[in-house]
Ligand binder design. Sequence first.
Ligand SMILES: [Ca+2]
Ligand SMILES: [Ca+2]
Length: 362
Amino acid sequence: MSPLDVAVNGAQDTLGQVQSPGFQADVFEITYIPPTHVIDMKGSIDGGIFVHPAGTGHVLTDADIGKTVEFIIRYDIPTDYGGCANGVVQNFLCTNLVFTNTGGTPLSLTNVTSEWLTRNRYRVTWKIADGDEQFGSINVIVAGGVGRKDDTNIKNTDFELVGVFSIDTKNPTVGSVAPSAATIRSGVPASGVFTLTVAYSEPMDMTSTPLLSFPNQSLGALLSPTGGSWIDSTHYAQNFAVGTVAGTVTAMQAKAALVFPAVDVMVAGARDANGNLQSAGVVAGVFAVNFAGAAAAAAIPTLSTWGLLLLGTLLMGLTAISQSARPRAKRLRRARARAPSGAGRPLSRSQPSKNPSSRCSA
Ligand SMILES: [Ca+2]
Ligand SMILES: [Ca+2]
């Protein structure tokens, strides 16, 4: 800024006389020396894949675990290298970086190292670990206290960089599995198609495919997967054909008499929107299977039309035989009535013979 002039007016002497205006040119100068400022913080992995800024840069995921991420913080003015508040000569920023998400949750980064490359460039590195964290936007607070090289008394203040990068090492989980019918039994579901709908904890990669299985119950061939699709980014519906005949119990089902009060469902294989493999989850007691009634019904023999005709013919035959036997029985009763007393009546076994000749002599 140019040298400043000073004008002096308005004072009075002890008798009340106003002073003459006074003026003096180039009395002093004001020079503003700004502190150093952080320009930006850019990072990469694998020597060239940019991980900044949040939203467009590569998201750090499980696939990057073990890799080293490198960020460079740039300053606009050569620094005095001083960053730590402890006043160590030629000190570094050390750990004076605070990583938070937009909600203020600290990121659990470990093994962060840092060093000055030049007076304007500061490098921060760490090895990516699986902290199971998911933040769409990480902010970084760069601690103040960094001075100018040409005037070490002029220090900057804390500066927050917003939206530096994104991280998702959190694996999706299965929240629930909903059945289209609570119990599979004879005639249910009537359509012969049973559907299980999986709800995930976060938006998923809709090109990935969850695999559903029943690890704890032996359903045999009761349910055959016939296709599945994503309803939206967090819901997947898997269809199954029930048995082989829609809406009725099959011979296999009746024979096996499948009864499971609670069938567990395992879901595995899908990935979240950032490519992290889901945690395989078993949801207990999703639905029931009950073909006990069907098996009992199947055990009762039934007759075909020909069988019914045959049975009818037999019954008619028996009736005819019975009717032809009645007149003969009637004739016998009449003959007994005409015969003398005792004649023609057979001896009972308990009745002794009255013929003496047949007795043994004593
Ligand atoms: Ca993980
Ligand atoms: Ca995730």
